[in-house]
Design a protein around this ligand. Sequence first.
Ligand code: UD1
Length: 422
Amino acid sequence: MDSIVVTGGAELRGEIPIAGAKNACLTLMPATLLTEEPLTLMNAPRLSDIKTMTLLLQSLGAEVQSLQDNRVIAMSSLGPINTLADYDIVRKMRASNLVLGPLLAREGHATVSLPGGCAIGARPMDIHIAALEAMGAQIELKDGYLHATTPGRLQGAHIPMRFASVGATENTLMAATLAKGTTVIENAAREPEIVDLAACLSKMGAQIEGAGTSRIEIQGVDRLGGATHPVVTDRIELGTYMLAPAICGGEVECIGGRMELVTAFAEKLDLAGISVEETARGLKVKRRNGRVNAIDVKTEPFPGFPTDLQAQMMALMCTADGVSHLEETIFENRFMHAPELLRMGADIEVQGGTAKVTGVERMKGAPVMATDLRASVSLILAGLAAEGETVVNRVYHLDRGYEHVEEKLSAVGAKIERVPGV
Ligand code: UD1
């Protein structure tokens, strides 16, 4: 398996282009199942998770082609459609469960493997199930699979979600576009990826109001048509690269970045002593002076501080001046990067859902192990600031969510390379 070798100490200067959002693309792709006409996504990210979703959709009978150096995904689901989402693919990526709503809406039945737990938490699907059941689906769990059927068409319903789940909101939104009557999702997730999905579905002919707020109203239609849609910018990749000059010093312009995607995150950076300036092409980030200030962070659903940037923020706080507290409220086990950062000389105490980080002047390079996607990149960021060499092993997680991380960072002066595994 490949590893990434980072030698710390270099200041970063230049531009980093930000890709289309992985999490938006992973929910836009299953929308192909809602129509027999072509759906084309532009600005797609080149990631292994996108390949996994491609394989899943192909296994269901969709045609999926990657064009223009994998930047464009052209899909068509004329049928016949197979309604079994197999464990072998679903277990690789939890977002595979996003085919459940579209399959049920189109075919009236679906058999989708439960994804199982993942390193960061148990991640059940009760909110997805409750929403689809409210729309008239019967769902039972047998042999590790959700067997969902609906006697006729799904029915519009009033759906108060017990938690603003991103995936459950997406599944419900897609299912509701083809349901009979009006669906209202209360306590809906408000993430930009949901706004992007609603924008694409609207181009396909769906009637949706309120995406981006806690109340989404969908008027079901009889059929949806095709569309061409550019994937929104990846706010997590953006936030990750905004942290690079914050940690290493220097100045980096993240091309394609927009402030409204990272408002809560940029406010925290400002308190830490990092300036973020909007430019015509993106966001320019630089550390104001000396060591960054220790700040406290609590992860929350959008528009709060994203859980997907918590590990990276911890890497910054490891060398901050003072003590910071990072509270994780979305996933129950999302501090696996902490023991790896300890190996690099960080001072971190984890108690329940909070990590107390006491900043040290300088971290030291070490061999470390990537445990999940965002943890992997936090170790790379820490390595960029550490003295000596850091070897990040098990980087396949990284390739799920970051395209060519070593190329993007070395282009701004980082000493980083990929060493192919044997
Ligand atoms: C999405 C993102 C992921 C991000 C997360 C939270 C994708 C592909 N992934 O994941 O990167 O970290 O949002 O911003 O978009 N939950 C339940 N029951 C459910 C559904 C969720 O208890 O039916 C819990 C989960 O276990 C978790 C929390 O709710 O603790 C948040 O999950 P959710 O918002 O659904 O995240 P995902 O859609 O899985």
